[in-house]
Write a protein that binds this ligand. Structure first.
Ligand code: MN
Length: 494
């Protein structure tokens, strides 16, 4: 018998992962999906030379790891079957039911999204959003699929590699950020960085990975030694990890702030994950007891979460050898939400304190989940139609803006920038000149015509705008100009 290749995945790896997260789950269908896909892809290989099924299994394993439901995992095993084999969507429906068919169908439709310049990019983004609106699981599967394609880019010709990397950076990455799937976002970004800016990547990689790796490993070990002893004495269950660094985000920061590497990332960063909130504070106390904290660097995002719902305790201390050392302390649930975003909510049925600042559509998805979760075991079997009263529109450069239904070019202008709103005189919507009070539709591209000689926003706009942001900005401007007028009057008097 042939020995199992080192990095080959088999269906048992996936089933074990599902069982780890959902011990009572019936995985028969999962096994069946493997046999079905394996048979369908028989004899096919990837350009890397691997059997094709490895790609499907890799995609499925990533999703099982982030605790997605079984139907999502099964759909990912089958995701390339209709496109690349003789088996049809109807065959899939017969074996696996309508929910899985629906997922695979949406994935097949999305598979011809390709980067071909800015105009196509908007079209593609629109398609992605529409798919997401129907069922957000489709996009999550798409991310896992894309991640494996990126990891096997070396097998492709140079121009194709570059095209896929660009397409990822411009289409997939922004959406991953929007739904809070940070770990996927960072992983995709770093691979794209390597192919799009090879020299810059190499430089940073040497500096960060090679020069610092050993130093970092030793330092983490030292901290682990010191803390481990105390934690054991206190009977604290904990996980400690060195923080994963993202070369692309370091690169972006260096570009933006015009600073060098050492100024930005000369801090050692660690993360401690514990069982519950009171342990988080306990750990913070222990750390401060051992090392002196930098006083202005203690942040309690548990008591006061960030606007996007992020929770953790942060502190920077003068660690061993006086080295600035940053800790993030959080529970497992906070951790998963911080790195997997919306995908993390699949597992956690009990909802803690809802954060009001979350984008409205995410809140609605969560609400809907709560309702359905009371009757279903997982959240795998729902369709989302919560995008009904939200629209996604685009700037001429292809940036995406989320607005309420019936929003106008004025709302869009203020969403882009206060000055664009203040000086707006007209709008070009999909290449047509339109009034500032026209109603925007999903997928519109809007360019705002500005006139710097304008005195400021028109108060009549308040009658038709839909966003609070535009409203506040217009009122603010009115207040300010009244103040300016009063000032002028006073000056005149003296
Ligand atoms: Mn695929």
């Amino acid at each position: 018998m042939e020995a199992k290749k080192l990095n080959q995945i088999n269906i048992d790896d996936i089933i074990n992962e599902i069982k780890k997260n959902f011990p009572d789950e019936d995985t028969t269908l999962c096994q069946l999906a493997f046999e079905f896909a394996n048979e369908a892809h028989k004899g096919q290989t990837r350009l890397s030379g691997e059997p094709y099924i490895q790609h499907s299994l890799y995609t499925a394993l990533r999703l099982a790891e982030i605790k997605m439901g079984t139907n999502t995992v099964i759909a990912s095993i089958l995701h390339d079957v209709p496109e690349d084999t003789d088996k049809t969507l109807d065959d899939i429906e017969k074996e696996f039911g309508t929910d899985i068919r629906g997922l695979v169908e949406s994935l097949t439709k999305l598979s011809n999204i390709k980067y071909r310049g800015v105009k196509r990019q908007r079209e593609n983004l629109r398609k992605m959003f529409l798919a997401m609106a129907q069922d957000i699981r489709v996009i999550i599967i798409k991310f896992a699929d894309r991640l494996h394609n990126l990891q096997t880019l070396d097998a492709l010709a140079n121009n194709k590699r570059l095209r896929i990397a660009k397409e990822t950076l411009e289409i997939y990455v922004p959406i991953a950020g929007l739904i809070g799937m940070w770990r996927f976002k960072w992983q995709m970004e770093d691979i794209c960085f390597k192919y799009i800016y090879p020299e810059e990547f190499e430089k940073l990689n040497n500096k960060y990975e090679i020069e610092k790796k050993l130093e970092r490993a030793k330092f983490i070990e030292k901290i682990q030694d010191i803390l481990g002893k105390v934690f054991e004495k206190e009977n604290l269950k904990y996980k400690i990890e060195g923080r994963f660094k993202h070369l692309y985000s370091i690169y972006q920061k260096m570009q933006k702030k015009q600073r060098c590497f050492d100024e930005i990332h000369d801090v050692f960063a660690l993360r401690i994950i514990v069982d519950n909130i009171s342990d988080c504070y306990k750990v913070l106390g222990i750390i401060h007891n051992i090392w002196k904290p930098k006083t202005n660097r203690i942040k309690d995002y548990i008591a006061v979460p960030k606007p996007n719902g992020y929770q953790s305790l942060h502190t920077t201390v003068f660690g061993p050898g006086g080295k600035a050392t940053e800790f993030q302390i959080r529970t497992q649930k906070m951790h998963e939400e911080a790195i997997y975003g919306i995908a993390a909510h699949w597992k956690y049925k009990e909802q803690g304190v809802e954060n009001k600042e979350k984008p409205k559509w995410i809140q609605e998805i969560l609400e809907l989940q709560k309702e359905i979760e009371s009757t279903h075991k997982f959240i795998t079997d729902i369709k989302f139609d919560v995008f009904n009263d939200r629209i996604f529109v685009f700037s001429p450069k292809g940036e995406v803006f989320e607005l309420p239904e019936d929003a106008t070019p004025v709302d869009f202008a203020f969403a882009v920038h206060t000055d664009i709103g203040n000086y707006a005189t007209g709008a070009i919507v999909n290449d047509k000149i339109m009034n500032l009070d026209c109603k925007l539709k999903d997928g519109d591209t809007i360019e705002i015509i500005i006139n710097k000689n304008r005195k400021g926003p028109n108060k009549d706009w308040l009658k038709f705008i839909k966003t609070r942001k535009a409203r506040n900005k217009i009122k603010q401007f009115a207040k300010k100009s009244r103040f300016e007028n009063i000032k002028k009057l006073i000056y005149k008097q003296y």
